[in-house]
Ligand binder design. Structure first.
Ligand code: PMP
Length: 352
């Protein structure tokens, strides 16, 4: 080992789901939305002039911040925009989790949290979910340097019962509680109304799932103006021009079409409910998902075998080779046609 290697910041990186090059596959492995973004987004793309790229973008991302604030009924100084919610969450870890006490999050959860904690040298402690994949509120009511909980959780899709998150937020006035609502639009209840009551609450959402814009990288956080100011101070100390000119316009067009948004979300929810029934009939069990995916395991055939068999048939789902969940498949909800093809393939695999 060369001597400089001792001073390298070493991390084991997060591994995102596969993005295969082939076009003729059914892609249900990264929780993308199968429907296109709002028509206004396409129009912005068509009308955009390359000449605009000569100039730096607005570092304050003002047009998009204002559009989100208006849609959510907030003041602009309650909204922070980043390049995907991964960027927002990373910035929030860096900004708010500076204590020597451990940050708390569930053992089964979004697998980026421990990576950011390692990257930023933040101590952390995972809290086991119960046998129904729900958090145990009392686990989050001990000394800590911050809390991050996704609701609904990933990769389980489970929504925490009403009131549990508020109890945790209320019991932790001395640390920041981040609720990651990447999937909240698919039928779960948001804690957003609580930001006026609790100054330690930061709510993070994304355009990647319910607004069909994973490729644009738009995420945002909402909280009281002091939290947003601290986030901005860190952002401007790291990279002031995070979002490009085109994406700011695309995001604004997406937020402004609320009717299209609701229609797409309803379609996904209908397909999810249909898919749950079909999978149950095939002998799968799964926690009740409120997200745009289900987390299923089969009573007879193991998840890894099903994962590989599906892949051979051109259907990509997500398999995590991790304790407690290594017999589960996370299956993103696609179009009705895609889910019909999935069910047909599963029938074949289960019965062979
Ligand atoms: N939070 C959770 C729980 C997620 O599953 C994801 C998607 N990988 C993200 C945040 C990040 O999404 P994005 O950066 O696309 O907004």
């Amino acid at each position: 080992m060369s001597s400089w290697e001792a001073y390298v910041r070493k991390v084991v990186p997060y591994v995102p789901g596969e993005q295969p090059k082939q076009k003729d596959i059914i892609k249900l492995n990264t929780n993308e939305n199968p429907y296109p973004p709002a028509p206004g987004v396409e129009k912005v793309l068509r009308d955009f002039s390359a000449d605009e790229l000569r100039l730096y973008p607005d570092p304050e991302i003002r047009d998009l911040v204002d559009a989100i604030a208006e849609q959510k009924g907030l003041a602009s100084n309650q909204v922070f925009v980043g390049v995907g919610s991964d960027d927002v969450l990373a910035m929030a870890f860096l900004t708010f989790f500076g204590s020597q006490k451990p940050v708390l999050f569930p053992d089964i959860t979004y697998s980026f949290y421990d990576v950011w904690a390692e990257l930023f040298r933040i101590p952390y402690e995972v809290q086991p979910l119960d046998e129904n994949f729900s958090i145990v509120a009392s686990d989050y009511c001990k000394a800590n340097g911050g809390i991050v909980i996704p609701n609904p959780n990933a990769p389980t899709g489970v929504e925490e019962p009403d009131g549990v998150l508020e109890e945790i937020i209320r019991n932790n006035p001395d640390s920041i509680v981040i609720i990651d609502e990447a999937y909240v639009d698919f039928g779960a209840k948001s804690v957003l109304p609580l930001i006026d009551t609790y100054d330690n609450l930061l709510v993070v959402q994304t355009f990647s799932k319910s607004r069909s814009m994973a490729g644009s990288r738009i995420g945002f956080a909402m909280g009281n103006p002091k939290l947003i100011q601290y986030l901005n101070d860190c952002k401007y100390s790291f990279n002031s021009y995070t979002m490009d000119r085109l994406t700011i316009l695309l995001g604004k067009a997406a937020v402004e079409d609320q009717a299209y948004f609701s229609e797409q979300v309803e379609r996904i929810i209908d397909t999810r409910e249909w898919t749950k029934k079909q999978l149950q009939e095939l002998g799968f069990t799964m926690p009740d998902s409120k997200a745009n995916f289900v987390f299923a395991s089969h009573k007879r055939v193991d998840a890894k075998t099903i994962f590989e068999e599906l892949k051979q048939r051109g259907i990509f789902v997500r398999y995590f080779n991790k304790p407690r969940i290594d017999n589960c498949l996370r299956i993103t909800i696609g179009t009705n046609q895609e889910m019909e093809a999935l069910v047909a393939a599963l029938k074949e695999i289960i019965n062979q």
